[in-house]
Write a new protein. Structure first.
Length: 257
């Protein structure tokens, strides 16, 4: 962050520049991922997960996503700005051959835990009204991920505002996690299965697109974000998930033969 501090200082103006820069980058990722996955889906219509057509308006989802990404960008900026000002409990660890993979995986695990339990709370009677706009899309598309309410966004992404206060994560690793989060979540909503493999099913904890698609279809299953271990531990994984992953694997193999 030294270059950024030299360029923009550390005042409120620096925070605004940081937040705006993160927002513009998020929009670029939104549209780049959306266009790429739409083109890939058109090339592989046989990989569509649900037979029904999307029940949403893509323009509506894009407009909503643009609003919600501004909130996410502010959360990111809060975390990075606090770290830059030395307000966190620990100074960030320097980038090294070990700190990048260790903190990246640690952040994925922490965020997955945050997301799973926050998501479960959003499905309770008290909070579901904030999550309902996102679930109006039963058949999600690549544009659906960030569409929803501001409270919904804060449940998932306030993690980015808070984690750097207690975890000395290098800022580039933090940003790398966020880029991975945005792209993987968009793919997780794209409605087509391109990444089914043995590592996406038991005994592995990794996921593929089917995982979150089933959450939109069946509502009370598959709450997690990156890994399946919380859903498996708590009994909230959809009972057909592993079997359907194998089905997509067979589809891929059949196309190659």
């Amino acid at each position: 962050m030294t270059f950024f501090q030299n360029m923009f200082g550390t005042g409120i103006g620096a925070f605004l520049v940081l937040a705006i820069g993160l927002y513009i980058s998020s929009l670029a990722i939104l549209f780049a991922t959306g266009v790429t996955m739409t083109a890939l889906n058109r090339r592989h219509p046989d990989r569509k997960i649900q037979k029904r057509s999307p029940t949403h308006d893509a323009i509506r989802d894009i407009k909503s996503s643009m609003i919600q990404l501004s909130i996410t960008s502010c959360c990111l900026a809060i975390g990075l700005y606090a770290q830059m000002r030395g307000w966190t409990l620990f100074a960030p660890v320097a980038l090294s051959w070990w700190s990048v993979p260790v903190f990246f995986v640690l952040s994925l695990i922490l965020h997955d835990t945050w997301f799973y339990w926050g998501h479960r709370v959003l499905h309770t009677k008290m909070f579901y009204r904030f999550h309902k706009p996102h679930h109006m899309t039963v058949t999600p598309t690549v544009w659906s991920n960030d569409a929803g309410s501001s409270v919904d966004t804060l449940f998932a992404h306030s993690y980015y505002a808070l984690v750097l206060f207690v975890v000395p994560m290098p800022p580039l690793v933090f940003l790398g996690h966020r880029i991975f989060d945005q792209i993987s979540a968009a793919i997780g909503h794209c409605g087509y299965e391109h990444f089914a493999s043995p590592t996406a099913r038991k005994p592995w904890p990794l996921l593929c697109t089917l995982y979150h698609d089933q959450h939109h279809q069946h509502f009370v299953y598959n709450y997690a974000n990156y890994f399946s271990f919380w859903d498996r531990l708590c009994g909230t994984i959809h009972p057909t998930y592993d079997e359907r992953v194998e089905g997509f694997e067979a589809l891929y193999a059949g196309k190659k033969d």
